[in-house]
Design a protein around this ligand. Structure first.
Ligand SMILES: *[C@@H]1O[C@H](CO)[C@@H](O)[C@H](O)[C@H]1NC(C)=O
Ligand SMILES: *[C@@H]1O[C@H](CO)[C@@H](O)[C@H](O)[C@H]1NC(C)=O
Ligand SMILES: *[C@@H]1O[C@H](CO)[C@@H](O)[C@H](O)[C@H]1NC(C)=O
Ligand SMILES: *[C@@H]1O[C@H](CO)[C@@H](O)[C@H](O)[C@H]1NC(C)=O
Length: 310
């Protein structure tokens, strides 16, 4: 009883204030995010293939349109592949299936306002590309999780060559899952691919070679109790290996490297963090930015800042 109370207290003081930095005035679902070297946040959305940028440090941050990526209705994973250059995956969104899955590059290094945008690869065999990460030692190589195929595609953003690099049951949703989304968030950290699987409620890792071609065994790091009614979406990992995970419907979870995990913001009947979709580290790890999707009706996607206490 007492230990339980202390845990609760520890959890509540871990996150202090939750502030809405910005929201869209029209209806927009924010799906994912990436930080630019200048601290601005790039936002991928389900809004007609539109990519937005937001300066979180301005007085009243508002998302500004960067570009509409041609041929996509929805954008998902995004990651830096060079200085101020990003790879983004998008396609034509259907019912748990995308067509025209395409990898784009958006390069701000020559022009900070009007970046050059290119479609660099098409993946006709993909079904639902989601989380995306670049290989730390060869950043022009990216890995993208496919939530429906239970697979990881590898794309060389320089040549446009793609291949299905790894397939595993633990990357897929079980066939009887009510939410048919397997691998969701995906990040390469050192020699490991870290990922969440929404339907299986797991956070797991796989050893990977530096070139993104060879994969080891899938090892489960943490499991979310399925009776929680939640699942795990995208996440960010800090320099100590601690993951901050978007946990729809209404929380942010923290997963320690050993697998212990707890809710550090939102949760319960709280309305403060609704439908979080991705997380970024801010202020040298003292806070996090969280993006959200809307409620499907009126409440639009938001960017929140959550102060962390250690
Ligand atoms: C999808 O790709 C096909 C072939 O590249 C193209 O003909 C079609 O117009 C694209 N669809 C959309 C909605 O962009
Ligand atoms: C799609 O998959 C088929 C069957 O495995 C393969 O032959 C083909 O090369 C793949 N296409 C691409 C563009 O990867
Ligand atoms: C799916 O099947 C597994 C194994 O038979 C079972 O344990 C699980 O409860 C089922 N899940 C759903 C959502 O039906
Ligand atoms: C944006 O946020 C403000 C302040 O919380 C809220 O009043 C408004 O309804 C929100 N707008 C949308 C479209 O979600």
């Amino acid at each position: 009883m007492r230990a339980h109370l202390i845990t609760l207290l520890a959890n509540t003081i871990l996150a202090t204030s939750i502030t809405q930095l910005s929201n869209f005035t029209n209806y927009v679902d924010i799906e994912n995010s990436a930080l630019r070297p200048n601290g601005h946040i790039l936002l991928t959305t389900f809004d007609q293939g539109r990519l937005y940028t937001l300066n979180p440090l301005s007085d009243s941050p508002q998302a500004e349109l960067v570009a509409s990526l041609p041929g996509a209705t929805a954008l998902c994973g995004i990651a830096a592949i060079a200085n101020d250059k990003f790879a983004i995956v998008g396609g034509v969104r259907g019912h748990y299936h995308y067509t025209n899955e395409t990898v784009y590059t958006v390069d701000f290094s020559m022009d900070a306002v009007n970046p050059s945008v290119h479609a660099v690869a098409r993946l006709p065999n993909a079904s639902m590309l989601n989380g995306l990460s670049s290989m730390p030692k060869q950043p022009h190589i990216i890995l993208i999780g496919d939530s429906r195929l239970g697979a990881i595609f590898r794309v060389d953003t320089t040549t446009g060559i793609s291949r299905l690099a790894f397939k595993h049951d633990l990357l897929a949703a079980p066939t009887n899952a009510s939410l048919p989304i397997g691998v969701n968030g995906l990040k390469v950290v050192d020699d490991y691919v870290l990922f969440t699987n929404s339907a299986r409620n797991i956070f797991a890792h796989i050893r990977v070679s530096a070139d993104g071609l060879h994969f080891g065994d899938v090892e489960i790091v943490a499991r979310l109790d399925s009776s929680s009614g939640s699942d795990w979406d995208d996440f960010i990992v800090d320099s100590a290996g601690v993951a901050y995970v978007a946990q729809p419907d209404n929380a942010i979870a923290r997963v320690m490297p050993g697998g212990t995990h707890s809710v550090i913001a939102g949760g319960g009947s709280s309305e403060e963090v609704k439908e979080p979709t991705s997380v970024q580290l801010a202020n040298g790890g003292r806070s996090i930015y969280v993006t959200t999707r809307g409620d499907g009706k009126k409440v639009s996607g938001q960017v929140l800042e959550i102060q962390l206490l250690r």
